[in-house]
Design a binder for this molecule. Sequence first.
Ligand code: SF4
Length: 179
Amino acid sequence: MNNAKITVATAWLDGCSGCHMSFLDMDQRLVELAQLIDIVYSPLVDAKELPETVDVGILEGSISSEDDLEKAQQFRKHCKLLISLGDCAVTGNVPALRNHFKLADVLNRAYHENVTLQPQIPTRGVPALRVPVKPIHGEVAVDVFIPGCPPSAEAIWYVLSELIAGRMPEPSTVTRFGA
Ligand code: SF4
């Protein structure tokens, strides 16, 4: 990657959006970043169609549903470099806690036991859940891992600025798992 403006796509799968909030925490550096990258697809912008080719894809969250899997596969197919952002993407983290239970028991707990009004398990308009929940690299190849819950704005800035400079980042120097 050279010093030309690079294209970036982001998405969150089974995550809380906290990793994307950390991206926004770059504050004034976002102004500088806007001169260096084009965000071509993201919940942070209006563009909602993944271009045919994207330089850098960033995925938050784990793969918990059929929709998550499809999105991860699309990103892998269209992004030259794929980043796993945050502990949910890197390890499964919170969403993967349900792997300790049968899916039927989890659904029953959420939609019957904890509900007083019209308890019912949704079947229409929601993606089918997968078993087990997996980190991104459990389904598609990942090039760069940024752990943290969420990763710090500094870590995200470091990775992007290294890529912009044409270097492969080494996030382990600026990250740790957990908060
Ligand atoms: S890693 Fe933490 S902040 Fe990021 S999506 Fe998961 S729970 Fe949220």
